[in-house]
Design a protein around this ligand. Structure first.
Ligand code: HPA
Length: 267
């Protein structure tokens, strides 16, 4: 808790009390979304007390405070993954910090493998729910200030925000898929048998992030909107490849960015 408060104090003074309404976590290859933001202040993770530092290629490590169409936002360019060796407390640290800065919504994005065989590479999937196969970030003493010991996970991905996204996508001619995101530890991509397993248990996409941050946000009652960019299809014969994931992500990321911008305008 003290570590979180120290980081919050630092950011409050470094941004002259800029209070973001929406936080956007940018996934692998999706960092370009930041171009939509009129920047107010950019802060490197390495300057924030107690903040872990991102190690994955394609992930910058900085917070971009600014506005989109007049709405105050903060984007996380670079997130922390469990497979990098961080603890779950470290992985979710920025979400705790941003919540104390007063965010009203959390948007999460990621690159994910398609499990649903009707998905194509480059599709955008609105996350309707998740299956958590990572350690739960709330294990340990509950921080009652943040939320209850046994948080409810109904409507984990806000149906109200999803409905707005659907309306915008229709208007803007952006094709959307909908589905359940399976969160795994990685760092291995899945075996064919694992992809079949994820399909059997009700998954539509699989990835190595997002779920911890979402659980922590929901613990604090923050509404979440999540989107996966489908960068590969696991049940096809093509192998997983980090560079390919980044390239596919970048293209589809432009459409995702348009949707996020329009959505943020309506909140
Ligand atoms: N599996 C897990 N994570 C991923 C994948 C995948 O197929 N594609 C992009 N991130």
């Amino acid at each position: 808790m003290d570590k979180i408060l120290t980081a919050v104090d630092y950011l409050r003074s470094a941004t002259s009390d800029f209070q973001p309404e929406v936080a956007v976590i940018l996934g692998t290859g999706l960092g370009d979304f930041a171009d939509n933001i009129t920047p107010y202040k950019v802060i490197e993770y390495s300057d924030i007390p107690n903040m872990p530092v991102s190690t994955v290629e394609g992930h910058k490590g900085r917070l971009i405070f600014g506005t989109i169409e007049g709405r105050r936002v903060v984007a996380m360019q670079g997130r922390f993954h469990y497979y990098e060796g961080y603890t779950m407390q470290q992985v979710t640290f920025p979400v705790r910090v941003l919540s104390l800065l007063g965010i009203k919504y959390l948007f999460v994005s990621n690159a994910a493998g398609g499990v649903n065989t009707s998905f194509c590479v480059g599709d955008l999937m609105v996350i309707t729910d998740h299956i958590n196969l990572l350690p739960n970030p709330l294990i340990g003493k509950n921080l009652d200030k943040f939320g209850p010991r046994f948080p409810d996970m109904h409507d984990c991905y806000s149906s109200a925000v999803r409905a707005k996204a659907t309306a915008i996508a229709e208007r803007e001619n952006i094709k959307l898929q909908y589905g359940v995101y399976v969160g795994t530890t990685g760092p291995t991509f899945e075996t064919q048998a694992e992809y079949r397993y994820f399909k059997a248990i009700g998954g539509d996409a699989v990835g190595m992030s997002t779920v911890p941050e979402v659980i922590v946000a929901r613990h604090m009652g923050i509404p979440v909107f999540g989107m996966s960019v489908i960068t590969n299809c696991g049940l096809s014969d093509v192998k997983g490849d980090h560079e390919d994931v980044q390239a596919q992500g970048r293209k589809a990321g432009l459409r995702m960015g348009r949707l996020f911008v329009e959505l943020i305008k309506t909140l």
